[in-house]
Design a protein around this ligand. Structure first.
Ligand code: BGC
Length: 363
């Protein structure tokens, strides 16, 4: 089979990410996009680090995990308060929970954002564990940060919060729960927790998993949020790379089929049917996530097809956008977002990272 990815795009993807990473390990989501400028997300960063790690980088992902650890250390008093209040049955309001993103120096920044999102706090631990197992990195410097994150997640996983797309704070999102399961399991597998916390983390992962199976499944497939039977493309991540559920399971078969039916056109994958952000286009990074799930099922042709669409979205300068505007779900909303925030975020580091990740998987 011919190589699916132009080596120049792989080189460009590595360069975009590595050249923009801050010396302290933070990754900008997108260097010039007005609304993202100056911030590093736990979610984007974790998947960026994992993409680089799978592609062979060691130091850059490690530096990102160190950045996470520094941030968690800085906010430990706030996290202890969150845990104590949750334990006392008097949880802090969502506005006092940990944010989705921080300024590069670990500050909160001055801009309003839809901040309370739990997924990234699971995902960073999962990505760290993958990195440690791939490259034999010593996990002990991350022990305190992993432990406080585990206690945070155990205290608050049942809460509603914003999802991967920073929407619907009033709902409990299945993709978010999946990231929490992955993070709790990985925390145990890293071997950095004391015995008591390790067994609490293992039990917590089982509890969240049971909750998903009881409340987050409809017609044999995963749903977008508890009580909403739609699918969301982020759900494919729960089969691969997160491996919360067996990629060969019927649950995976049905969920991927629904995502394919409802959200995919010619290899490009939408976030969810009701998406209006920039008119609701197809996201290269979501084609890569779906491709990873298919690859994990041994469906290489499907994975190649999705990867081919993602790489074909690169601009003349080999930059990958956040989304592509040719076949919008709601074209009437495109101009609103362009007027508000400027053109679609390009390059988006997460898009580049997912191409590296799926390419590594298929190579
Ligand atoms: C996306 C998030 C992402 C953020 C930064 C938002 O538009 O919905 O998933 O973390 O951009 O890339």
């Amino acid at each position: 089979m011919p190589p699916a990815v132009d080596p120049a795009l792989l080189t460009r993807s590595r360069d975009v990410i590595l050249s923009l990473q801050l010396p302290n390990g933070a990754f900008p989501a997108s260097p010039t996009f007005s609304a993202y400028q100056g911030y590093c997300w736990f979610r984007d960063g974790a998947f960026i680090a994992d993409g680089l790690s799978a592609d062979g980088s060691v130091d850059s992902p490690t530096a990102f995990f160190s950045w996470c650890a520094t941030v968690l250390d800085r906010y430990t008093p706030q996290i202890e308060e969150i845990i104590a209040r949750a334990g006392a049955g008097d949880p802090v309001p969502g506005s006092q929970m940990l944010p989705a993103r921080y300024t590069f120096d670990g500050g909160l920044g001055a801009d309003d954002w839809t901040d309370f999102q739990l997924d990234g706090y699971g995902t960073w631990i999962w990505a760290l564990d993958e990195h440690v197992r791939r490259h034999g990195v010593d996990p002990s410097p991350f022990a305190a940060a992993v432990a406080i994150t585990v206690r945070y997640l155990l205290s608050s996983w049942q809460r509603s919060c914003y999802d991967w797309w920073e929407e619907h704070a009033e709902q409990v999102h299945v993709s978010t729960l999946g990231c929490i399961v992955a993070g709790l399991r990985s925390a145990v597998s890293l071997g950095v927790l004391d015995d008591v916390l390790a067994s609490r983390a293992a039990q917590g992962a089982d509890d969240v998993l049971a909750f998903i199976l009881e409340r987050g499944v409809h017609d044999g497939r995963l749903v977008k949020w508890i009580g909403n039977p739609d699918v969301d493309a982020s759900l494919s991540a729960l089969f691969a790379p997160l491996r919360v559920f067996d990629p060969a399971s019927d649950l995976a078969t049905e969920t991927l089929a629904a995502i394919g039916r409802d959200l995919e056109v010619d290899g490009g994958v939408y976030r969810f049917r009701a998406d209006t952000f920039f008119g609701g286009g197809r996201w290269p990074l979501l084609s890569c996530f779906k491709g990873l799930a298919h690859a994990a099922r041994g469906e290489r042709d499907e994975a190649q097809r999705l990867l081919a669409w993602a790489v074909a979205q690169a601009t003349d300068t080999l930059d990958l956008p956040e989304q592509v505007s040719d076949r919008l779900l709601d074209p009437s909303m495109e101009e609103y977002w362009i007027n508000r925030w400027g053109p679609v975020a390009t390059p988006l580091l997460w898009s580049h990272a997912m191409v590296l990740r799926l390419n590594a998987e298929l190579s």
